[in-house]
Design a protein around this ligand. Sequence first.
Ligand code: ATP
Ligand code: MG
Length: 210
Amino acid sequence: MTDTTKPEISPEEAEAHKAEMKAQQEEHRAKMREKEKADRGLLLVNTGDGKGKSTAAFGTVIRALGWGWKVGIVQYIKGTWKTGEKEFFKRFDDLVTMKAMGDGFTWDTQDKEQDIKSARKAWEESKTMMSSGEYGLVVLDELNIVLRNHYLSVDEVLEGLATRHVDTDVIVTGRTAPQELMDAADLVTEMTMIKHPFEAGIQAKPGIDY
Ligand code: ATP
Ligand code: MG
């Protein structure tokens, strides 16, 4: 007896159906991949000789806070100085974790070994922040200077950045971003110096420079 509950499907039809399903599945997967790419945390680099690299990063922090994200900030090079940004972010201590490398400017400490130790400690903290998934945004302020001074290798920094949580955006600032870092980034902005008050002998000002 023939089974009348099942419609007859020719092998050709079955094959065509299978191919169509496979194409649909592939299209869906491609869309998902695109979506994942668009949603993933980005790597931003602010570099160049002009002023505004750290300022732009802190502006982005404000945007992230506006969305209620947690933000991690690690300040390399700059240490114990009182700054407007530190005073401001203290008001958001439930959302902002701010760490500083802690030894001031390198030309103040004159101790390369200590600087390398401090850089390494700050980098360990940066990696913990980036991979935790707790933070929507992590700012590594002046990390490029640490790289230029060879306190950390570009390779280990690239490796660490790659382990960031899929939802975490990272901003690296500082003059002289290495080419490999710019290659790995999604966004690179170079600040250009047209004019700076420093050239007219005007010193760094609170509110403007720190
Ligand atoms: P900012 O923190 O003001 O955004 P920045 O991050 O772009 O500056 P840095 O290289 O971190 O610049 O410089 C730190 C300090 O040096 C800041 O106080 C800044 O005003 C000052 N500065 C920046 N660019 C110049 C320049 N072209 N000449 C002299 N001083 C500068
Ligand atoms: Mg800066």
